[in-house]
Design a protein around this ligand. Structure first.
Ligand code: ADP
Length: 478
């Protein structure tokens, strides 16, 4: 049985800001079915420490971890064998997990996540009582330095490393002056090592020093190797002889099931069951009833997500009787712009983070919009498929891999599940919104799309088998 330590800065249901948490939380359950013995290491933020109870086991004392004492705690919770890095000097503070109350990054983020990476390498090199991983599965820049520490501990031959890039936009940069504070060697501070334009790049370290690099969809794996999407790291990725492997994300189909979801107004297993949820949602959000589709967006508000394009394209939807409900938070400017847009009676905007509302919106919406400029995988379109809420998505990354567009050929073959648009600009998005209202007006066709969507496989089985095979290969060659 392959023993794997999954290392991440977020894990649902304990702590979440985006899709990374869903994936890290779902992997252990999916991988257990594949015969993997997976533990998951995350930082001991206040919410995580609060989730532990008296039965948490002390696995190791780390007397001086980047400026303070730390402990490794372990407890099985929500089907996850959780290892928690309890380091109050790094994690016990107000604010969000990456940013302080003033919305700026915590100044010591390099130390906070170097500590997570160091602890992962330490578990790899030394093990904990009765357990030592064969493979470290590292997620994003926050775990990117682990292979460097592992090599410095002399254990790189014994423990394999795989880095998964969930979003290459976040490099985890730190000033060169932090080299000593982070316990890194100047020898690696070169273009062939983790130096990135005179800064320390944690994601680059992961790319250069891991045994294998994966990302969360096949299309994003191709895109990442191009200057248009690689965000300055495409050359480093191309330099890897084995390139980047794309393994598509799934969703937890038990936790996200309209037939049993306790958060929604009326549970359903066929598209007709959505009507009651739609009515409840319209009422809750104060939206008028209308001829056109009720569209929903659940998203971080950042430039990546293309929601500025949606604002420009919105009249095309509203003029045809459509309505929009948006739930999100993020950039101040975008929050402001969407609050303004909500002055229109057909637009509802909720600024904040609210999973129960997200579920009611997915259940009650007719369509879910994801107009991202780039999207490694995207999860909300998968929730949309599962709930019979037709995805309208940009043709990029995982959105391209998960939605079968309603073009003539696919409609004829009866397998369409949504609408895609390309190029990614406001004009083309407006055309796609018009196309959607036309499809929506054809009730038989729309309900066929909904049935196709609800049948589309969005679970973890296939991808979990691929991860399991990858771990096995890495473990035997380590
Ligand atoms: P990303 O990871 O880039 O944020 P994904 O689509 O992969 O995008 O995952 C986003 C996840 O976070 C989904 O589970 C989505 O439902 C959730 N989410 C995003 N914003 C909110 C919000 N404001 N309230 C509730 N859930 C949200």
């Amino acid at each position: 049985m392959t023993r794997v330590l999954s290392v991440a800065s977020e894990c649902a249901p304990f702590i979440k800001t985006g899709g990374l948490a869903d994936v890290v939380g779902a992997l252990p359950v999916a991988l257990a079915r594949q015969g993997c013995d997976m533990r998951t290491l995350i930082p001991g933020y206040p919410a995580v420490i609060a989730a532990l109870d008296g039965s948490a086991v002390l696995e190791a004392d780390l007397p001086d971890l980047f400026g303070g004492a730390a402990r490794l705690l372990r407890q099985r919770l929500a089907g996850i064998d959780l290892m928690v890095l309890d380091a109050p000097h790094l994690y016990d503070r107000p604010g969000a997990i990456y940013t302080a109350e003033n919305r700026r990054d915590h100044a010591d983020n390099p130390e906070r996540f170097a500590a997570l990476s160091w602890a992962a390498a330490h578990i790899g090199a030394e093990g904990v009582p009765d357990w030592r991983p064969d493979v470290l599965h590292l997620h994003d820049w926050q775990a990117g330095l682990a292979p460097v520490y592992l090599r410095d501990m002399g254990a790189a031959d014994r423990v394999a490393t795989v880095l998964t890039i969930h979003n290459i936009a976040y490099h985890g940069l730190a000033p060169a002056e932090k080299l000593t504070a982070l316990g890194l060697s100047v020898v690696d501070f070169t273009p062939g090592g983790f130096e990135y334009y005179n800064q320390i790049g944690a994601l680059k370290a992961g790319i250069v020093f891991s045994d294998c690099v994966t990302t969360v969809s096949p299309t994003y794996a191709h895109e990442l190797m191009t200057p248009a999407f690689g965000m300055g790291l495409d050359g480093v990725l191309r330099a890897r002889p084995d390139g980047v492997t794309g393994i598509l994300n799934g969703i937890d189909t038990e936790a996200w099931d309209p037939a049993s979801d306790p958060a929604i107004a009326a549970r359903y297993s066929a598209p007709s069951g959505k009507r009651a949820n739609r009515e409840a949602l319209q009422k809750e959000l104060g939206l008028p009833t209308g001829e056109g589709p009720l569209c929903v967006v659940i998203s971080r508000l950042t430039g990546q997500k293309g929601l500025d394009l949606l604002q420009e394209a919105l009249p095309a939807l509203i003029e045809r009787g459509g309505r929009l409900a948006l739930l999100g938070s993020g950039d101040e400017e975008l929050e402001h712009a969407w609050r303004d847009a909500a002055r229109h009676p057909c637009v509802s905007v909720t600024i904040g983070y609210d999973e129960a509302l997200a579920r009611r919106m997915i259940a009650g919406g007719d369509a879910i919009l994801v107009p991202s400029r780039f999207e490694p995988c995207g999860l909300t379109q998968l929730y949309g498929l599962r709930y019979g809420t037709i995805p309208l998505v940009a043709l990029t990354g995982g959105l391209a891999d998960t939605v079968i567009p309603a073009n003539d050929a696919a409609l004829k073959a009866g397998c369409s599940t949504g609408i895609q648009f390309n190029p990614i600009d406001s004009h083309t998005l407006a055309c796609a919104l018009v196309e959607m209202t036309e499809l929506f007006a054809d009730k038989r066709l729309w309900s066929k799309l909904q049935r196709n969507a609800m049948r589309h496989p969005v679970g973890w089985d296939r991808s979990a088998a691929r991860y399991a095979a990858l771990y096995r290969d890495l473990a035997t060659s380590a």
